[in-house]
Write a protein that binds this ligand. Structure first.
Ligand SMILES: CC(C)(COP(=O)(O)OP(=O)(O)OC[C@H]1O[C@@H](n2cnc3c(N)ncnc32)[C@H](O)[C@@H]1OP(=O)(O)O)[C@@H](O)C(=O)NCCC(=O)NCCS
Length: 185
């Protein structure tokens, strides 16, 4: 089970400072964030988060989440809470030696505070636990902000999936190799 304090420690480690909530009277402090496993009862809010971050487009509805949570593969879906409100989520599915990061989303107000990075670190730990050799994800060609996040964590662009997204946009497949770590174990 994920613990609040280990999450907070990780946040401090990554951010190294108090996050600034620019333009908002209310300033989020790290002790207000909680990272935990997603529950069935969160699905409605996960859909709401997608609507916010993807400009009204919801790529994963209730059925997809339920299939994912109950599917044959090991999965880890995490949510971040601030004052009991969900402010982000992320997930990974393990398929043999490959971990597939399926989703990462942080609501606009809480972006650029290190949450996306924290989510990925946690998902990578899950992939390591399952002895994955690689972790992959797809990202829209136009989503340079997300690409920067993944690049900072060592992901490399490997190939393009033509018209991968509903709007026909190409998807870039990014990959992180964990093979060296396995060899060292
Ligand atoms: C992409 C996303 C998950 C990043 O989450 P986040 O919590 O803001 O990420 P972090 O704060 O950990 O950012 C880590 C790095 O990513 C890059 N980055 C993230 N958002 C950025 C932005 N808006 N502009 C430029 N760089 C950005 C930066 O390099 C950043 O490091 P820095 O803040 O030290 O410069 C978030 O912006 C989001 O939910 N976007 C909408 C949904 C989405 O695109 N998901 C990814 C689908 S593949």
């Amino acid at each position: 089970m994920l613990k609040k304090f280990s999450f907070i420690e990780r946040m401090w480690e990554i951010l190294g400072a108090q996050p600034q909530d620019e333009g908002n009277a209310e300033v989020a402090t790290l002790s207000d964030f909680l990272l935990r496993d997603a529950r069935y009862t969160d699905i409605k809010q996960l859909i709401h988060i997608q609507k916010e971050v993807y400009h009204g487009v919801v790529s994963w509805g209730k059925t997809i989440f339920l299939n994912e949570f109950n599917g044959p593969h090991p999965v880890k879906y995490l949510v971040a809470e601030y004052k009991k409100e969900l402010i982000g989520f992320a997930g990974i599915r393990i398929e043999g030696s490959v971990g597939h990061i399926t989703n990462v989303a942080v609501t606009k107000k809480f972006q650029r505070k290190g949450l996306g990075t924290c989510f990925i670190h946690r998902l990578l730990d899950f992939a390591r636990y399952h002895q994955c050799e690689t972790v992959i994800l797809e990202v829209k060609e136009s989503n340079v902000d997300a690409q920067k996040l993944y690049e900072q964590l060592g992901f490399l662009s490997m190939k393009v999936k033509k018209s991968y997204y509903n709007n026909n946009e190409d998807g870039i497949v990014m990959e992180l190799s964990l093979k060296d770590e396995i060899d060292e174990r």
